[in-house]
Design a protein around this ligand. Structure first.
Ligand code: KIV
Length: 265
């Protein structure tokens, strides 16, 4: 049975903690799907971890549709969420509406994610009203990195924390089916979660959110750069890949590979 947005609400209602992971291609998504990961986000982090940009801002709709379609081809069970890139929904309601529709129509996504509070409420309401489930995203929303003056923890003072809680309630009222909370103090993550009926999904938002999300290259240790405090590496594939590449080069150089077992008669 494929995971639906209703299942995600049931996780929350039953108090069952769940996870979301990012993926950007079919085979990676297939591995996550087979591991039983219920939610796969095709994040606009692809700009940084796949395309080598230093922020998510250059990511285009075409980039996102291309990778979201690949992820969908690799999955059978997971709920696939396509992340709306910078400037695909900021300029007008109409443009945001059409671009969100493209994720479902052209890439086969089951839902979209978009960043921000007040300014996206009308869009969230219109999308959910039209059958396009929306995952909201508050806190350190990377598309606003220039506004924030860097990748900084958000909601640290009372006023900012109050504003974020109000934004969260408004997003829920507008119809969002889940809310990502990124880089906020654990207490605020807890408070927002307690004040909503929809699930929250934390990344650097402490242990009290309904679910947790990590980025593919971070949790697998493929990204060997200095990562945010909230990242836990569950594998060291970066080292494994380097070792495998060196072993291949060594065995070709010394004639060990290819052996008879790898050669045709
Ligand atoms: O783009 C992304 O991968 C994200 C997650 C970090 C939540 O937004």
């Amino acid at each position: 049975m494929s995971v639906t947005v209703r299942d995600v609400q049931s996780f929350r209602d039953r108090g069952e903690r769940f996870v979301m992971l990012t993926a950007y291609d079919a085979l990676s998504a297939k591995l996550l799907d087979e591991a039983g990961i219920p939610l796969i986000l095709v994040g606009d982090t692809l700009g940084m971890v796949m395309l080598g940009h230093d922020s998510t801002l250059p990511v285009t709709m075409e980039d996102m549709l291309h990778h979201t379609a690949a992820v969908r081809r690799g999955t059978t069970n997971a709920l696939v969420i396509g992340d709306m890139p910078f400037m695909s929904y900021q300029a007008s309601l109409e443009e945001g509406f059409r671009n969100a529709g493209r994720f479902l129509k052209e890439a086969g996504a089951h839902a979209v994610k978009l960043e921000g509070g007040g300014r996206v409420l009308d869009l969230v309401a219109r999308l959910t009203d039209s059958g396009i489930p929306v995952m909201a995203h508050l806190g350190l929303t990377p598309q606003s990195v220039n506004q924030f003056g860097g990748y900084k923890v958000q909601g640290r003072n009372d006023e900012a924390a109050y504003r974020m809680l109000e934004d969260a309630k408004e997003l829920e009222a507008a119809g969002a089916f889940a809310l990502v909370l990124e880089a906020v103090p654990a207490e605020l993550g807890k408070k927002i979660t307690a004040n909503l009926h929809i699930p929250t999904i934390g990344i650097g938002a402490g242990p009290h959110t309904s679910g947790q999300v990590l980025v593919w290259h971070d949790f697998l240790g493929i990204n060997q750069a200095k990562v945010a405090k909230f990242v836990k590496r569950y594998a060291n594939l970066g080292d494994d890949i380097k070792e495998a590449a060196s072993a291949f080069a060594r065995e070709v150089a010394d004639g060990t590979y290819p052996g008879d077992e790898h050669s045709y008669e």
